[in-house]
Design a protein around this ligand. Structure first.
Ligand SMILES: Cc1cc2nc3c(=O)[nH]c(=O)nc-3n(C[C@H](O)[C@H](O)[C@H](O)COP(=O)(O)OP(=O)(O)OC[C@H]3O[C@@H](n4cnc5c(N)ncnc54)[C@H](O)[C@@H]3O)c2cc1C
Length: 108
């Protein structure tokens, strides 16, 4: 889908084929990691993505006692030192139609 977006922006006529009607499967993409947030910025989609309903994830911990923090995104020296958590199926399903802008890109 990202390739399709880039090609469409470059003026190539693109059709993205998807065999499923939605992206509601196995929680895939519920956590959007720091590197993915950077990628969305680079694609010019970061601001729009930030407006989707989501919550911020600073750390990942295993419940205790004692609780154990196994990841602390705040220590990363990146633009977005956090992960984002959101209901991916609903959002990603509508994303292709929103992610344009390009009259040359379609979804099928
Ligand atoms: C259970 C699970 C949870 C995950 N959770 C996360 C997470 O929280 N955060 C994260 O960053 N990553 C997560 N991942 C990893 C992430 O899902 C993958 O890295 C990512 O989806 C890979 O993207 P892709 O475009 O290469 O492939 P895919 O996302 O698999 O996209 C390929 C698409 O092609 C479609 N397709 C296949 N064959 C055909 C066909 N013949 N005709 C038409 N369409 C077809 C498929 O339906 C699919 O939608 C998770 C993966 C799994 C398995």
């Amino acid at each position: 889908m990202v390739l399709g977006l880039l090609l469409a922006r470059a003026g190539v006529e693109v059709t993205v084929l998807e065999k499923h009607a939605d992206f509601l499967r196995d929680f895939r993409g519920d956590t959007v990691h720091p590197s993915t947030l950077t990628l969305l910025d680079e694609l010019g989609l970061g601001e729009r993505f930030g407006k989707l309903p989501q919550s911020r994830l600073d750390t990942v911990s295993v419940p205790g006692p004692p609780a154990l923090t196994i990841a602390d995104f705040r220590k990363l020296k990146v633009a977005h030192p956090m992960s984002r958590w959101f209901r991916s199926g609903t959002c990603w399903t509508s994303w292709p139609r929103r992610a344009g802008p390009s009259p040359r890109s379609t979804c099928g």
